[in-house]
Design a protein around this ligand. Structure first.
Ligand code: FES
Ligand SMILES: [Fe+2]
Length: 427
């Protein structure tokens, strides 16, 4: 539970808010790079931290991120002409370069200096891991967010994005809450063709979350006791401010190890909307094959026809997430198709910003509590010059992993070399 004041502190991201200022210390995902693959192609509208922006790729292949509304009479630059290294407003033809300079102003007489006094909002961008990122803060940007998945080959990775219609922290906490998978995502009948978890996931065993606070956020283990003194240990990571890495190596059947890594980035569009970047990667040498890629995306509810061009879900709040009560009785726990749709449904159902003063958190909510504590501690105590967790590149080698272990030792001692091989060369 949080007080109303603390709930505001960790949810409000607009200009002038402490959290908005904190988020601006990091690189922020803007779009999937393939959405603006074409030089001088169509610009895309995006909302980040309450700001309306347009992203476009210029004639030289560089990506610009400008304020959406033309400084002349506020027409949207989404309508603009992307040509000859700049974005030109279609209303009267003012043209802006990547840095937001007005480089042409056909409405003023020759020799006019007016255009030199105009500066459109512009943010520096970088491309990494098939994603365009922006730095919206002051001063120099931090080191690039070189997570393991960003360093895989393009054919080993898939990145998509989905609009989630609730506050960013609700969405993030849904990614961190590990216990829910054994209820929300399970199938009632293992043979059902619908997407869902079965096998180990459905065993009704007590589960414990243990959290280890790190210099980038936290690592936490969900531990399920098994027969013969064995334990199923899944190690997750939270990287400040909005990254989750979760394991999928055993796929719930507990027998074969598959080299799959995945996670989300919960990017606040504004206080009540979140753009969730979803990535799946295959480490090692092999590609993530087309069939495998399609099956993974389908299981998460992001298959063909599920997401519209604005990244909104077919199974959205206005349609009651297309919950099927017959399926809920007989086939899946939720009655909603697609694992991510199930996540979005429960989190969106709480309302745009959940009132955390009304919650009753229990023993399996340890990782959620730890996340809030890290955010609040930083928001309340950090000095302006302190580098927040996750800005320094200490997270470059981390991986979410899962193993069935038979020794009785601490999971940190048994598994650290796999989930945080800090001192080994970059993997
Ligand atoms: S409104 Fe954009 S040029 Fe006039
Ligand atoms: Fe989930």
């Amino acid at each position: 539970m949080l007080s109303t004041e603390d709930n505001d502190l960790v949810t409000r991201v607009g200009p002038g808010t402490p959290l908005g200022a904190l988020m601006r210390r990091y690189w922020i995902p803007v779009v999937v790079a393939s959405e603006i693959a074409e030089r001088d192609g169509p610009p895309i509208r995006v909302r980040l931290l309450g700001e309306r922006l347009v992203a476009f790729r210029n004639s030289e292949g560089r990506v610009g991120l400008l304020g959406e509304f033309c400084p002349h009479r506020r027409v949207s630059l989404f309508l603009g002409r992307n040509e000859e290294c700049g974005l030109r407003c279609v209303y009267h033809g003012w043209k802006f370069d990547l840095a937001g300079r007005c480089v042409d102003m056909p409405t003023e007489p020759p020799g006019s200096e007016f255009k030199n006094r105009i500066r459109q909002v512009a943010y520096p961008t970088a491309e990494l891991g098939g994603v365009v990122w922006a730095y919206m803060g002051e001063g120099d940007p931090p080191p690039p967010p070189r997570f393991e998945w960003t360093r895989l080959r393009d054919d080993q990775r898939v990145v998509t994005r989905t609009w989630q219609e609730c506050n960013w922290l609700q969405a993030l906490e849904g990614g961190i809450d590990s216990m829910h998978a054994s209820a929300l995502h399970t199938k009632l009948t293992p043979g059902s063709p619908r997407a869902g978890l079965s096998g180990l996931w459905t065993v009704p065993v007590p589960l414990r979350d243990e959290v280890e606070v790190t210099d980038y956020g936290h690592a936490y283990a969900s531990i399920r006791p098994m027969d013969g003194g064995r334990r199923w240990v899944k190690v997750y990571h939270y990287v400040m401010p909005f990254y989750t890495l979760f394991p999928f190596e055993l796929g719930g059947d507990g027998t074969t190890l598959q080299p799959i890594i995945n996670g989300h980035i919960f990017v606040p569009m504004d206080d009540e909307n979140t753009m969730v970047f979803n990535w799946i990667g295959r480490y090692g040498n092999d590609a993530l094959g087309e069939t495998e890629r399609a099956a993974l995306e389908w299981s998460r509810g992001r298959g063909p026809g599920e997401i519209d061009p604005d990244h909104r879900k077919l199974r959205n709040r206005d349609r009651h997430w297309l919950i099927d009560r017959t399926v809920q009785k007989t086939e899946t726990y939720s009655g909603i198709d697609g694992i991510n749709n199930q996540d979005h449904a429960v989190q969106e159902s709480m309302g745009a910003i959940v009132d955390r003063s009304l919650e009753h958190l229990g023993t399996t909510d340890a990782a959620v509590i730890a996340t809030r504590r890290i955010l609040l501690t930083h928001l309340k105590t950090a000095r302006r010059d302190d580098a927040p967790p996750g800005v320094a590149p200490t997270y470059y080698n981390i991986r979410a992993i899962e193993r069935i272990v038979s020794d009785g030792g601490r999971w940190q001692d048994t598994l650290r070399a796999l989930y945080d091989p800090r001192d080994t060369p970059q993997r």
